[in-house]
Write a new protein. Structure first.
Length: 159
């Protein structure tokens, strides 16, 4: 019985000697978690921006594909100076917004999915080759044009 009491006394003493986390250890854990959170917020922000740029490039490719369909189905023969085929923004000087028949809906990912002010493709023909130059303008005041010279822009060219 005395042995048993000694064992219980030693167990109780051992439990008293084991301490929890100190304040310094707790602060270190909080700081590490804060650093991890800050890094993840920056990474998520970059992912969102890159996805917007990818959506903008996809819209430009969609305009080019619609222009190719229009040119082939309507037997349009552009000159060397080119013909502009509008999705939105035409003042009816070139036949109206003809690409709306080929694209259901296209929104500006850089402007909270607002519609574009101007979106058109200029089709040129040099010899036997067709060229497609995309122009997309935002409705946001002070915004720049997204594409103006190249039919196949890269993400780095976006603002």
């Amino acid at each position: 019985m005395v042995e048993r009491l000694k064992e219980m006394w030693q167990d109780a003493r051992q439990m008293r000697d084991e301490r929890g986390l100190t304040l310094v250890e707790l602060l270190v854990v909080v700081v590490i978690l804060g650093i991890i959170a800050a890094i993840s917020v920056i990474a998520v922000g970059n992912l969102i921006e890159n996805s917007r740029k990818d959506a903008q490039v996809a819209n430009a490719k969609q305009l080019v594909n619609a222009a190719k369909l229009y040119v082939s189905s309507e037997s349009v023969t552009p000159s060397a100076s080119g013909v502009s085929l509008y999705y939105v923004g035409d003042t009816a000087s070139t036949g109206g917004n003809v690409l709306t028949n080929y694209i259901d809906e296209m929104k500006d990912p850089m402007n909270n999915d607002a519609p574009y002010a101007d979106a058109y493709v200029t089709v040129t023909k040099t010899g036997n080759k067709y060229g497609y130059a995309v122009t997309m303008k935002s409705t946001k005041s002070g915004a720049s044009n997204y594409f103006t010279t190249d039919a196949t822009p890269t993400r780095a060219e976006l603002p």
